[in-house]
Design a protein around this ligand. Structure first.
Ligand code: PMP
Length: 355
């Protein structure tokens, strides 16, 4: 069976939008564009023209970087858009469901709710350091499970799901569900991308983003990689001209060798700082536990977490509080060394104020 059969029937039939033809050095009177560009236009490529319907060169560059063929990848507005496209392509309202881990990135459930798909959460056991249980994930799946989201390293726990467990899911759900591996934070870990398994498993989808390690959250650019037919369907439902000209230029620059080298140094510094900050807070009197993290953040259990978050806010430091099953936890993003020192100073002053 082709994995494309898992998609909504109307999406399987959908043809991509037919955009006006774009050919260099022609008189372009076919797209109702302005014939001149504005005096405020500072970009290399004129903004009076529509961008390419899909940025072909960027797609090639990103596929080389992320390790797949160009036609196995779609460039998206952040990986958030990819999550939305997957939900819209594969889930019928009130019929299909998705399986997510809990706690994990809340956007999977958010887009599932928008689409009217049921969300089945499989708890990551806290007493086993949030280690994913593949049997529990598979037990949550049924014939209507279209997508299984596996975030590794996982937001907000910072823990990873070993490749062997992902292979187990891919094999057990072959022809039944797409296994969506979200690798937003992989550059901060020792793990290698699952993209090298795309040819072996047509139910594998891998998400990458430029928002974290490449420091480009503001441009909104990510990618979804997968089987040709899956990518073809996502391409058909993504908005025409989704990637704006300034975004494409910006990301093409970011992918130059010197920029990539700078980004790699940034990642190394974040990893070093993650170890320094977690070591420093590990023995702190307010901190009860820190989970080892493979991301650019870490999760810690703290006495009176909500009050600590509020006290840090008063000191101009924003931390992430989730409540619910993590009501005694705080997620901390690793900042610059100076920012991290500010956090450590605040924790010392809070402890001093308590004693
Ligand atoms: N996946 C995970 C796990 C995330 O934490 C985030 C952002 N916080 C995203 C995807 C979305 O990132 P973006 O849309 O910026 O690519």
């Amino acid at each position: 069976m082709s994995v494309a059969n898992l998609a909504r029937p109307e999406i399987r039939k959908l043809q991509p939008y037919k955009a006006a033809m774009q050919i260099d050095d022609t008189v372009r009177l076919n797209a109702n564009e302005a014939p001149w560009n504005s005096s405020g236009d500072r970009f290399r490529r004129p903004l009076n023209r529509y961008p390419e319907i899909r940025p072909a060169r960027l797609q090639r560059q990103l596929s080389r970087r992320f390790g797949c063929e160009s036609d196995q990848l779609l460039v998206t507005r952040g990986s958030s858009e990819a999550i939305d496209l997957l939900l819209r392509a594969f889930c019928r309202a009130d019929v299909d469901n998705v399986v997510t881990l809990a706690p994990s990135f809340s956007m999977y459930a958010h887009y599932a709710e928008i689409q009217g798909a049921e969300v089945r959460e499989v708890a990551l056991p806290r007493d086993r350091d949030f280690d994913a249980d593949t049997n529990a994930i598979l037990a949550a799946c049924d014939d209507q499970t279209r997508l299984v989201f596996v975030c590794t390293p996982n937001n907000p726990t910072g823990t990873t799901v070993p490749r062997q467990k992902i292979v187990e899911l891919l094999q057990s759900r072959r022809d039944k569900s797409l296994i969506v591996v979200d690798e937003a934070y992989i550059e901060f870990s020792d793990a290698s991308s699952c993209a090298d398994m795309l040819d072996a498993y047509d139910n594998l989808v891998v998400l990458r983003t430029l928002s974290k390690a490449l420091a480009f959250a503001g441009v909104r650019c990510g990618t979804v990689m997968g089987n040709l037919q899956v990518i073809g369907m996502l391409n058909a439902i993504q908005a025409p001209y989704a990637l704006a000209t300034p975004v494409v230029e910006c990301v093409e620059n970011a992918l130059q060798a010197d920029q990539l080298e700078q980004a790699a140094q940034g990642v190394a510094l974040i990893v070093e700082e993650r170890e320094r900050v977690t070591d420093a807070l590990g023995g702190h009197e307010l901190v009860e536990k820190i989970w080892p993290s493979s991301a650019n953040f870490f999760l810690m259990q703290v006495s009176n977490a909500e009050a600590v978050v509020a006290a840090c806010k008063e000191r101009n430091i924003l931390l992430r509080y989730f409540g619910g099953s993590l009501a005694d936890c705080i997620r901390v993003t690793i900042g610059s060394p100076e920012e991290n020192d500010t956090l450590l100073g605040a924790f010392d002053s809070l402890a001093g104020a308590r004693s």
